[in-house]
Design a protein around this ligand. Sequence first.
Ligand SMILES: *Cc1c(COP(=O)(O)O)cnc(C)c1O
Length: 421
Amino acid sequence: MKTEKSKKLFEESVNVLPGGVSSPVRAYKPYPFFATKAKGSKIYDVDENEYIDYCLAYGPIIFGHANDKIINSSVEQLKLGTDYGVPSEKEIILAKEVIKRVPCAEMVRFTNSGTEATMSAIRLARGITGREKIIKFEGAYHGAHDSVLVKSGSGAAGKPDSPGVPEQATINTILVPYNNPDAVEEVIKENKDEIACIIVEPVMGNIGCVPPKEGFHKFLREITEENGIIFIFDEVITGFRLSPGGAQEYYGIVPDLVTFGKILGGGFPIGAIAGKKEYMEQFTPSGTIYQAGTFSGNPMSINAGITAMEILNKNFYKDLHDKGEYLRHGIKDILSKLDLNYQVNGVESMTQVYFTDKEVYDYDTAQKADSEGFLKYFHKLLENGVFIAPSQYECAFLSNQHSIEDIDKTLDAIEIALKEL
Ligand SMILES: *Cc1c(COP(=O)(O)O)cnc(C)c1O
């Protein structure tokens, strides 16, 4: 496989972009491929290689790259302006659509990224309750802002993951293992009347793919209710992916607040916070809890979001979910043929293979998987025309544009890759 041009661009890019990339997950050794275009289920690089894409920009592209409907509506919007700095009717249309679909949503505040959404949702929870502590789960990713940049640790308030995050910023962030009701209960007891919110990824999508155990979210819903704690679903990945109303519709759980990003923008940058009216109205200007953004609710993202919602109707999901099952069955068949005991985790169109023979249900169990081996597997897949995210701790996504033929080709590549490891 030729990758000379990517290599050259990378050598140039490291001089002008830290690490050669605009977001760290994109860097892998020896150098990432540089994209020129993407269409449907495929992405292409400067050396004219074609890959079946399961990274899908880390989640947003559920309707395939360069979707015709999105292109057409975006071109029309482009002619009408790209940012107004005053309200426009389309914000109401998209907000109403979110409210119609998402059980907990009574009002919506748009942001430009998932990071801003979770940052503001946590501020809202702290402002409403007058409490400072928050509970997050080990290995959960809620964006790149200070108070959630803590992963490791056990039960106690954690140390920041990154230099530059003051300890003061994370001192109120309490970590608990996912899928572990006892740990949550203990922390709430120890910090009675001090916890503002629990923020959770309904399906963990940033340590591979870890589904909730039966009853876990119901437990969280009940214990937060009993203790006056605001329950936040971070649906930046699961929103509009697991069902038209996201994970809360899928699992039948109604949190107090929800955050969105990724899919909601129809391929453009976006984020949103939604929830009960009595809470949402506490954001400025109707309330006092500050939240703002120059590009928030910009017509390009909002317009593409409306088009995305038209595409993502009820009929969209059945076929997509069948493809997820098909992919996972195919992988399991290969694994048993090769006598490998690896774990295949997944929910609908989210999938990850863990290089371990032990069940993966939280951060610690995910850490036990062979991430070096996974990287070799990643490179073998790339050589065979399949692009997954370059880490054991990301998730493979499907779009409705992935054909059965694409998936069959992918399974062939997976078999070759696993045999050659
Ligand atoms: C991607 C992600 C975020 C951050 O969203 P950005 O748009 O990258 O800022 C937050 N939460 C979860 C669960 C995510 O996967």
